[in-house]
Design a protein around this ligand. Structure first.
Ligand code: GRF
Length: 208
């Protein structure tokens, strides 16, 4: 290799608009993140984020799973693993990817798949987390970056950020403030993982 070291390579998986994907790409371009987004994959052919990635000069394509609607497993998961490995990816970021990731993709990237979720986990996992939090009446919500395991939003937490719920909030205004925080938190968490300074805490209690 030349004196100039190759950049660490990240893959991003999306299903929709891809604003967190864009924030990760921008963080690599601004130098906040010393890495590059090498490949964007989507399980939805029409995901608007695919075009955004291409416009930013990032390789992006759909791999539409043939089986199941809510999980990525078996041969479908293998296609993702192969594409990411061929692109030289070492870290996979789920960013609005609406499927539970299973083996063989999980096994191909042990402790190397992250997700961002718009609540303070373990509160409000699953869909519409911002609306769940707002309807419940909590005074603080936020966002979480965590490792992915084969449970729904259940892997070890890496970083969280708190967003206060204001009296005048609607689910929409709360979602918008959480999203702005997500765009700061995800690049920070990715940088932490790539730095090797993050250790999963032993005191984490096994989940029932
Ligand atoms: C974000 O709120 C993220 O936390 C959740 O799905 C949403 C994706 O938004 N997992 P975007 O596609 O990144 O704009």
């Amino acid at each position: 290799m030349s004196a100039q070291q190759a950049k660490r390579r990240i893959g991003v998986l999306i299903s929709g608009r891809g604003s967190n994907m864009v924030s990760l790409i921008e963080a690599t371009r601004s130098g906040e993140l010393d890495a590059e987004v090498a490949l964007v994959l989507s399980d939805v052919a029409e995901a608007p984020g695919l075009q955004k990635a291409q416009e930013l000069g990032v390789e992006a394509r759909a791999i539409v799973p043939q089986r199941f609607r809510t999980k990525l497993t078996g041969d479908d998961a293998q296609l993702y693993a192969t594409a990411l490995k061929e692109a030289g990816v070492e870290l996979v970021c789920l960013a609005g990817f609406m499927r539970i990731v299973k083996d063989p993709l999980l096994a191909a990237f042990p402790q190397r798949i992250l997700n961002i979720h718009p609540s303070l986990l373990p509160s409000f996992p699953g869909l519409n987390a911002q609306e769940q939090a707002w309807s419940y009446g909590v005074k603080h919500s936020g966002c979480t970056v965590h490792f992915v395991d084969d449970t729904l939003d259940g892997g070890a937490i890496i970083l969280q950020r708190v967003v206060p719920v204001l009296d005048e909030d609607t689910a929409e205004t709360l979602s918008a403030r959480i999203l702005a925080e997500e765009h700061r938190l995800y690049p920070e968490a990715v940088g932490l993982i790539l730095s090797g300074r993050y250790k999963v805490e032993e005191r984490r209690v096994a989940r029932l």
